[in-house]
Ligand binder design. Structure first.
Ligand code: FE2
Length: 111
């Protein structure tokens, strides 16, 4: 399967030929560039990792929501410390994950 990248908006399109018009921005077929087989391999290999980062970010968002709810409920000091630390840890891990995803995007490994 060939992969094409819209040079206007960056959309990746999979097909034997580029689309007549970009489904996202409407750019004509001639604005599509064929992605090299090597780069397609990199993108396909990175998709699982990117999905894992997405899953992790969703879970970390839940931790932050849970921690906020617990803090708002004004639990006893011991519990509040646990949830405050959980929120801090989730925030830090979110920053780590986002930084890794940014590296993937900059290396064209997101698609
Ligand atoms: Fe486009």
């Amino acid at each position: 399967m060939k992969m094409w990248r819209c040079s206007v908006c960056g959309l990746l399109y999979e097909g034997e030929n580029p689309p007549e018009a970009c489904p996202k921005c409407g750019a004509p077929a001639e604005k599509f560039e064929l992605v090299s087989e090597e780069q397609v391999g990199v993108i396909e290999r990175a998709r699982k990792t990117n999905q894992l980062h997405s899953d992790l970010l969703a879970e970390l968002a839940k931790v932050e929501v849970t921690a906020d709810a617990s803090i708002e409920d004004n639990l006893d000091p011991g519990c509040l410390r646990v949830f405050a630390k959980a929120k801090e840890a989730a925030k830090l891990l979110r920053q780590f994950s986002v930084a890794e995803v940014r590296v993937h995007v900059n290396k064209n490994k997101w698609g």
